[in-house]
Structures are given as structure tokens and as C-alpha cells.
Ligand binder design. Structure first.
Ligand code: DAH
Length: 343
């Protein structure tokens, strides 16, 4: 009776390993160990043996049964783990499938322009400085040689803040007050640009915004001349706008520079031939500039005999709009994504 046990065990092992589902394994369990199994019927026949042989055969059968039970339990564990894995996989939420495919955002057109301007000036050896948007009358006007009541104050439609005495605190009308702050914060030599937001009491239209951006430049060193100013503007212009774009200076007036000038650049559309964008002149107006006025040096305690310098400033929004073919400045601030994503 026990002779057939090794073969029975071998067969049982093979079939257990071949069971692919828990259901198959359950059926196999009944077949191998159940009442009508070969092990069960063999056990039933033990009674017909001599006591000695019965004990021997009984032990063999028990061992075989335990072995089959162990094999079944092992396989059950493996199949259960497999089933759990399959279930988890099926229940997993693939969230990537329900996220709509979106285009990534990018910096605003004006911010891109400001960053590029900074890059070009940094490449020329300038540092970048920053100042507050709410300023005092002193920084915005007084220190820049606009005494109280000076007619040039009327060029700026100033927005005053209701802080302190009337008309002492305002939203800066230009980035020039940052020149004063940069000079106060250190000693020459200074080679600095100062970009930022400015405010004027203007009604928004296609070519004006009450809130706009300027970039200011300031150089203070020994022996700085008007030639250095002209050369710096020219170098910047071709670095920023590309080869073939140069500058010209026209006499002008600003209280904080003497002499003062306005600077134009070669029209970027017609390259100087004259077109509708430049009013057939071949030039586009960009900003103001000049040699730092001695009174401005006096405001910050610099000795005008020891130092000289130049300054310039121009609007970023209008320049960028022109370059990108934006006809109405208001489009820059209404935040219509269909407009913004073009740039
Ligand atoms: N601050 C002037 C404005 O907003 C522009 C300007 C002119 C800046 C001459 C300068 C300068 O630094 O030298 O109208």
C-alpha cells in the first residue's frame, strides 16, 4: 500500500504547482485529501493489515498527507498574493488620464522684455537695482532738481497717496527716483540699470497706460563724458535690437540732466527707410537721457567736481508693443489668455 506513495506524491506536487487559480486549487484539495481521495481510501484499508504493518503504513500515509497539505498551503498563499496584486492593479486610479492636456504658461510679454533688457545690460557690466513704487516727493522730484512749484512737474500727471501731509507721498511717475536711492546706498563708480513699474494719472488708450514700465540707467565715475552716453546707448541698441539699429540724440530738457537729450532708434520695421510705423522719418522715439545735473549730485552728497555721470530712461511697454506688433497697449493688461499665449 505504501509502495505507491512516492508516485502519488510526485503527481500531487506537479498538479498543485500547475493549479492556476484558487478555485482550481480548492477542487484539487478535495480530490487529493477528501473522502474519496486515494489517501483516504488507502487509510480505510489499513484495518485489514497486521498490527505491525498497519502502524508502518499508517505512518507513511500520515506523512504523505502532511506533505500534500503543506504543498497545498504554500500554493494557496502564492495564488492569494497573485490575486491581490491583480485586484490592486485593476483598482488603481490612473489620474494622469483625467488631467486634460494643458499647455504650460510662460512669462508675460513685458516681463520677457524686462528680463532681456537686464541681460543685455548685465552683459555690458551693469548691475540691476530696484526701488519702491510708493515714493516721497523728495525722491520723485526734489532730489532730481524739481524744486516745489517747478513747471516741469506738470509733465507728470502724478497720483498722490493720502499719507501724511498732502502731496508728500506718491506713486512714482518714473524710475528716476531709483537713481537717488542707488547713489545714496553706495559710492561711485556706479554702472546700474533700474527697471520697474511707474504710475501716471492717464486714461488708458491704445498708446497710454496709467500703469507702465520703465528702465532707468545710471553711470557715475571719473571723467564720464557725453560721448560715453552716446556710445553706451548705441552699444545697447544694437545688442538688444540687432545689427543695423543705431541711435540719434535730439536736444531736450529734463531738470535732472544737463545737457539733456531724447534718443531715437532706427525704425525696426523699415530699418530707416521710412514707413507708416515711424511716420516716414526712419526713427522711433525711445526715451530721455543726459549728463547728471550737479544739483542731483549735491542731493546725495557727491562732489560734482570729482564725479561725472550720465543717465537715461525709457518705457518698456510701448517699445515691446511696437516690436511685437501689438497695436493697442491695453491688450497687455486685460489678461486675455488668447492674446497672451501668442508671445
Ligand atoms: N524720467 C524721465 C521720464 O520719465 C525719462 C528720463 C529722461 C530718464 C532723462 C533719465 C534721463 O534718466 O536722464 O520722462
Amino acid at each position: 500500500m505504501t509502495d505507491e506513495l512516492p508516485a502519488l506524491l510526485t503527481e500531487a506536487r506537479t498538479r498543485i504547482t500547475e493549479a492556476e487559480t484558487l478555485e482550481q486549487l480548492r477542487a484539487l484539495d478535495a480530490e487529493l485529501l477528501g473522502k474519496r481521495s486515494r489517501l483516504a481510501t488507502a487509510k480505510a484499508r489499513l484495518g485489514s493489515l497486521e498490527p505491525e504493518a498497519r502502524r508502518e503504513a499508517g505512518r507513511g500515509l500520515n506523512e504523505a498527507r502532511q506533505e500534500v497539505e503543506r504543498e497545498l498551503a504554500e500554493r494557496r498563499q502564492a495564488l492569494e498574493a497573485l490575486a491581490r496584486g491583480t485586484r490592486l492593479e485593476a483598482e488603481r486610479l490612473d489620474l494622469t488620464e483625467i488631467v486634460p492636456r494643458r499647455r504650460r504658461g510662460h512669462l508675460h510679454l513685458v516681463t520677457q522684455a524686462r528680463d532681456r533688457l537686464e541681460d543685455v545690460f548685465i552683459g555690458m557690466g551693469f548691475t540691476v537695482a530696484d526701488g519702491p513704487e510708493a515714493e516721497t516727493d523728495w525722491y520723485n522730484f526734489g532730489a532730481l532738481n524739481f524744486p516745489p512749484g517747478h513747471p516741469a512737474r506738470n509733465m507728470y500727471d502724478t497720483l498722490y497717496l493720502e499719507v501724511g501731509e498732502p502731496e508728500t507721498v506718491l506713486l512714482r511717475t518714473h524710475t528716476s527716483p531709483t537713481q537717488i536711492r542707488v547713489m545714496e546706498a553706495g559710492e561711485p563708480p556706479i554702472y546700474s540699470v533700474m527697471p520697474g513699474r511707474c504710475y501716471r494719472q492717464d486714461t488708458a488708450d491704445a498708446s497710454h497706460l496709467p500703469n507702465f514700465h520703465q528702465i532707468e540707467g545710471l553711470v557715475v565715475d571719473r571723467g564720464i563724458t557725453f560721448g560715453d552716453l552716446a556710445g553706451t546707448l548705441d552699444t545697447f541698441t544694437s545688442a538688444y535690437f540687432g545689427p543695423g539699429i543705431t541711435t540719434r540724440l535730439r536736444p531736450s530738457y529734463f531738470p535732472f540732466t544737463e545737457p539733456s537729450a531724447e534718443f531715437d532708434i532706427t525704425c525696426t520695421f523699415c530699418k530707416g527707410d521710412g514707413c507708416a510705423s515711424c511716420g516716414r522719418t526712419g526713427w522711433l522715439e525711445l526715451g530721455g537721457c543726459g549728463m547728471v545735473h550737479p544739483n542731483v549730485f549735491a542731493s546725495v552728497g557727491y562732489d560734482p567736481e570729482a564725479w561725472s555721470g550720465f543717465a537715461f530712461g525709457f518705457g518698456i511697454d510701448r517699445m515691446t508693443a511696437q516690436r511685437s506688433g501689438v497695436a493697442d497697449l491695453r491688450d497687455l493688461v486685460t489678461n486675455d489668455i488668447r492674446f497672451l499665449e501668442q508671445f
